[in-house]
Design a protein around this ligand. Structure first.
Ligand SMILES: Cc1ncc(COP(=O)(O)O)c(C=O)c1O
Length: 372
């Protein structure tokens, strides 16, 4: 039994899957020039909101004819807004392989009550995206944050389709390649891969999504914070930074800082490479241990952000608690609705040296908590 604690500790023990670690160069000083106490509709506010949108487009390689908006209520707000404004024009196919996807299924089936089929896979597995009908609308999550199962690519989605694809990409954006021609609605929040602050959602719309908004009116009423059109036309201002309601300019400044950091290290390829290196370090560790394994069954679907692990011979909750008490790893127990296990965030703001320093502690904590 390994009783001696490892000599090295992660410099930053923040491995939560959201809010995630801040960028390595972050300090409160990063926010010193935020236009606080000013209207978000003053030129200075609008300039910062537009800068956040422009940098997002630039780093993610979003096509020029796609709209990018900052909307209320984080990723949930953005995804709900898309479902409630666009679904119902065609039958929907609701796809889920973990808890957040299942949440969107419940919304459509129990709240919107539109014609829908449900396609689900258990934790660790993925739905066959090639078996869907893309004449219908398809709602899915690119990276299942609570199972660590991600789309390996978008090849199964036809570029030429009649329905819309609505993709919750909140734990994928900035770490995984998103094929824009396959995505009509893409949503994410700031507090995942870029380590921003919560409460603001990003809504990215393809021209076909805009066409849907302008040609279809749902039968149900829409609250003001969901409304994207006026008189049958898209409210273009939303996609230039004229937000529906008041954003936090402190959070906007913080997001801009994170995006500028991302750009400074080499943009999307560098951000993806950092997540890949982090996840690879964990995969290599699991390959040489009989007691710990990736929850994702097919290696091609293993997440490089929310890495979910099964544990044999010890209670993973006790392991997570012990490591938290040691100040070595915060928030690494699996999500409350997921199978018991560990979940270690590997997004771009996490340093590979910190993942490497954490791994011997997993051995140690497992040995301490071993049952039988
Ligand atoms: C896949 C997925 N969807 C939705 C959410 C909810 O996000 P938010 O709290 O930003 O609304 C999360 C949060 O972790 C998530 O991982």
């Amino acid at each position: 039994m390994t009783t001696t604690p490892p000599a090295t500790r992660p410099a930053n023990p923040r491995f939560s899957s959201g809010p995630c670690a801040k960028p390595p160069t972050w300090s409160p000083q990063a926010l010193a020039d935020a236009p606080l106490g000013r209207s978000h509709r003053a030129p200075v506010g609008k300039e910062r909101l537009a800068r956040a949108i422009d940098l997002t487009r630039d780093i993610l390689g979003v096509p020029d004819d796609y709209r990018i908006g900052i909307v209320p209520a984080s990723d949930t707000g953005a995804f709900e807004m898309a479902m409630w404004t666009m679904l119902g024009a065609r039958p929907a196919q609701m796809v889920a392989w973990e808890s957040f996807g299942a949440g969107w299924v419940a919304d459509v089936v129990k709240q919107l009550k539109i014609e829908a089929t449900v396609h689900e896979a258990p934790y660790g597995e993925i739905v066959d995206m090639g078996g869907l009908t893309y004449d219908h609308d398809v709602c899915f999550t690119w990276n299942g944050t609570t199972s660590g199962v991600r789309m390996p690519h978008g090849d199964m989605i036809p570029a030429d389709r009649a329905g819309l694809t609505l993709c919750d990409a909140t734990s994928a954006a900035f770490a995984q390649d998103l094929p824009w021609d396959k995505l009509d609605v893409t949503t994410f929040s700031w507090q995942k891969v870029m380590g921003g602050e919560a409460a603001h959602g990003m809504l990215i719309l393809s021209p076909r999504a805009v066409e849907r908004l302008e040609s279809y009116t749902p039968t149900w009423p829409l609250p003001k914070i969901f409304r994207l059109t006026k008189g049958g036309k898209l409210i273009e201002g939303i996609f230039r930074g004229e937000t529906i309601n008041t954003p936090s300019m402190l959070c906007v400044e913080d997001y801009i800082f994170a995006l500028e950091w991302g750009q400074s290290i080499g943009g999307l390829p560098a951000l993806m490479a950092r997540a890949d290196a982090n996840a690879a370090a964990i995969h290599a560790f699991c390959d040489t241990r009989p007691w710990i394994a990736n929850l994702a069954r097919d290696p091609a679907t293993r997440s490089n952000t929310s890495v979910c692990l099964t544990v044999d011979g010890a209670d993973p909750k006790a392991i997570a608690k012990r490591l938290e008490a040691e100040g070595v790893a915060y928030d690494i127990a699996s999500y409350r609705d997921a199978p018991p296990g560990l979940r270690i965030w590997c997004g771009a703001t996490v340093e590979t040296a910190d993942i490497e320093a954490l791994l011997p502690w997993l051995d140690w904590a497992h040995a301490q908590e071993k049952v039988g």
